[in-house]
Ligand binder design. Sequence first.
Ligand code: LRH
Length: 470
Amino acid sequence: MTAGVVAAIDLGATSGRVIVGHVGPDTLDATPVARFANDPVQISDGLHWDILSLYGAAVKGLREAFRAAPAIASIGVDAWAVDYGLLRGGRLLGDPFHYRDARTARGVEAVHERMPHSELYAHNGLQFLPFNTLYQFAAEPRDVLEFADTALLIPDLVGYWLTGQARAEQTNASTTGLLRDGAWNDDLVSALGLPRGILPPLIAPGEPLGALLSEVAAAIGAAPGTSVTAVGSHDTASAVVAVPMRADAAAYISCGTWGLVGVEVDRPVLTPEALAANFTNEGGVDGRVRLLHNVMGLWVLSEAVRTWERQGHPIDLPTLLDSAEEVTAPVAVFDVNDPRFLPPGDMPARIDEWCAEHGVAAPRTRAEYARSIVESLAQAFADASREAGRIGGVDVETIHIVGGGALNELLCQRTADRSGLSVLAGPVEATALGNVLVQARAAGLVTGSLEALRDLVARTHAPRRYAPKA
Ligand code: LRH
C-alpha cells in the first residue's frame, strides 16, 4: 500500500475549509488549502446560513485542492448537524435556517404537545436540544413542508450539488431525531405528523455517494468520474474518528463552537440516568454510538469577544487569554449550559445577569470575564466527562480534547485540574482527519477498524499532555 490523496470539505459554524489529506499506512496529514468565513445572515424571517456563498467558496477551495494535488482520488463533506435545506424538483426553496434562530421554540411546543421528551427519548435517544431537526421541521409552515419533496442536511446538500445524488448520511441523520436502529423511524415520523416523503434514502460512511457532475469536475479541474465518498458527515462524528484514544478508558471533548463531551459505546444507552443527564446517542462511524452531551463551548467566549469589538474594543484573543491566565482573584463559575447563552448576543451582560440571579460576584474586567468563561467551561467539561463515564460504563482515565479548543492551553490545563485527570490535547484538525481517514479507508489506502485509524492518528499527531495540578 502506498500513500494516496483525498480532499475534505469541512464546514464549521464560524468558518469553512477545504483540506488536502495524504494518507498511507504510516502517513497522515491534513493541509488546509482554503479557508473562508461562514457569516450567517439575519433577515426579517430569521437567522439563515448563506449556503450559496459557502458552496461557492467550497468549490473554489476544491479548485485550489486539485491544483495542489491533481491525484485526489475522492472528496468527502462534513458540516455541523441538524440544519437542512428544503428542495422541490431539485431546487432549493430558501436559505437554510440557522439552528440558533428563535423559531425552534415553536417547534418544541408543537412536538411536545404530541409527544413528551421522555417518550421521544425512547424512540431516538437524543438529548433535548431545542434545535434538533424534528423540532425545526415542526416549526416550518405546514404548506412549505408539504410543498418540499426533499430535505437535505447541510453536508448532504453540498454532496447533492456536487454529484446530483440526494442521500442522507447516517451519522448526521441521527441528529434529526428521526432515526432508530440506523433506519428512518416511520412510526415516529407519522406520530409527529411529518411528511415521510422528504427524507431521502440513507447512506453509510465509507459508501460511494457518486461521481462529480461533469460540470463540477470541469469547474474544479478534477478528472471526470472523480468520486464523492460519504464520510461521518456530522463534523463531530468525523472528529471522534480521529481522537487518538482507547475508547474503553477515555472521554473525548470535541471542542470548537460547541464542546461535545462524551464516550464511545457499542449500543445506545437509553437509561433513566442518561435521560436525566440529557445525554445523546448520536450515530458514529462503523456503527459506534457517540454517547455525549453538548456543552456550550467556545461560542460563549467568541460571542463575548464580538460584543466587545462591537463596543469599539478590538480584541486579540491570545493576549486576552494571557491576561485571563494572570487573574488571581477567584472568578464566577457559571452554568455555561444555561439556555440564555445559546442565541447570539451580549454574553458579558448575560453572565452578569446569571451572577446577579445566583448571588455571585460578576467579573469586572475583560480578563476576568475571559477567565470566568474558561473556568466555567472547564468545570462543565469535567462534570460531563465524569457523567459520560458513569452513564456509559466507561472507566474514564484520560480526557482527550480535540479541535480548536486543544490550542487553548488555559482551558486544557483547567479541565485537567478540575477533573483531576490527565488531558491529552490534539489533534486540532480532528474533524478534517476523520473525514480524510474514512475516505482513505474506502479507497484502500489504509485498512482496519477505528482502533487502527486512531493508532495512525496517535503515531502521526502525538497529543500534548496536561497533568492535573493540585
Ligand atoms: C458541532 C455540531 C454539534 C451539534 C451542533 C449543531 O459543529 O455539529 O455536534 O450539536 O453543531
